[in-house]
Design a protein around this ligand. Structure first.
Ligand SMILES: Nc1ncnc2c1ncn2[C@@H]1O[C@H](COP(=O)(O)OP(=O)(O)OP(=O)(O)O)[C@@H](O)[C@H]1O
Length: 303
């Protein structure tokens, strides 16, 4: 189990995280979400041992994770961290990057492992390409494969699919997270993207104003978002009588006490997102068709 206990951290005098506590069971996937600058990357770096905590403790099983004050070399063999910068070697090939830390005394195993990981990140056709000739998204996939090469016990991923196009993203996510579950690798993912979280995370924490403001399963946080910040991570929402409702919970009906005026319509694929004015507030409704601007609509709330 990974245990973070009362961790606080500041960059010089700028306090970024205060009293952060949570546990992650071995093999579980935990997502860290929060606005830009809320400290997600910093928290990953603290778990990796890149910085010294001001206060608190981090343990992986019986090993205390310590920062550079206590360790000459940052990091631990059982843990890998894929940062937003990738840190790859540009002048060698994709397969050489992935196999960099695998023993050359076992060439067959090294080749087999490299092939397996090329498959996980769907980069088989680029195995011989020099990394400097890859796109940002392809580099990101090499970085993930390289982190997995020596089978870590914990994998820390910072916005792991942010550079990858929408065509590839869905299948790549499934492939990587399936591999982590099959290998029982504990995973901590910092993300802005609900699609990295909803179908894959066992638990998620929400960072805001230096603290954890929510921690639960994605299902529970989605169904019962107590705070607008949590709801906003998932979908467009409205606040009516101090309650949070997602756009799909507001239905247009013939007549009701909830009257609104259509202000704008946005095509959303399977449906339209209708922006409307209700009293003095803007609200959002999911509807099958576009509506005439300035028309009156009546709403029913589906809880
Ligand atoms: N090396 C650093 N030195 C000083 N301050 C830093 C450093 N790195 C980050 N910060 C500050 O710490 C705060 C948290 O940054 P962090 O990168 O952890 O946020 P984040 O949630 O990962 O943001 P994003 O989603 O934009 O990646 C920010 O206010 C940032 O400016």
């Amino acid at each position: 189990m990974l245990v973070i206990k009362n961790a606080s951290f500041s960059y010089t005098s700028n306090l970024v995280l205060k009293d952060i506590s949570f546990n992650i069971s071995t093999g579980a996937n935990l997502a860290i979400i929060g606005e830009s600058g809320s400290g997600k990357s910093t928290l990953l770096k603290l778990i990796y041992g890149e910085y010294d905590l001001d206060q608190g403790e981090i343990f992986w099983k019986d090993t205390q994770i310590l920062g550079p004050k206590h360790n000459l070399v940052v990091g631990y063999d059982f843990m890998k961290y894929v940062s937003q910068e990738f840190d790859l070697m540009p002048y060698i090939s994709v397969e050489e990057n992935i196999g960099k830390h695998l023993s050359r005394f076992y060439p067959e195993e090294k080749a087999q492992r490299t092939t397996e990981l090329l498959k996980v990140v769907e980069l088989e056709t680029f195995s011989k390409t020099k990394v400097k000739n890859l796109s940002g998204g392809q580099k990101q996939r090499v970085a993930i494969a390289r982190a997995l090469a020596k089978q870590p016990e914990i994998l820390l991923l910072d916005e792991p699919f942010s550079h990858i196009d929408n065509f590839k993203k869905q299948s790549l996510r499934r492939s990587v997270f399936k591999h982590l579950k099959e290998q029982n690798i504990t995973c901590v993912v910092a993300s802005h993207d609900k699609n990295d979280v909803l179908g894959f995370a066992d638990q998620m924490i929400v960072l805001h104003d230096k603290r954890i403001i929510a921690k639960d399963t994605p299902q529970n946080l989605y169904k019962h978002p107590k705070l607008p910040l949590v709801a906003s991570f998932f979908e467009e929402f409205s606040i009516i009588d101090d309650q949070i409702y997602y756009a799909h919970q507001l239905k247009i009906v013939e007549r009701s006490d909830l009257k609104a005026i259509v202000k704008q319509c946005y095509f959303n694929g399977n449906s339209w997102l209708i922006e409307a004015k209700y009293n003095s507030d803007f609200i959002f409704i999911e509807h099958k068709d576009s509506l005439e601007i300035a028309s009156e609509i009546y709403l029913k709330i589906e809880r």
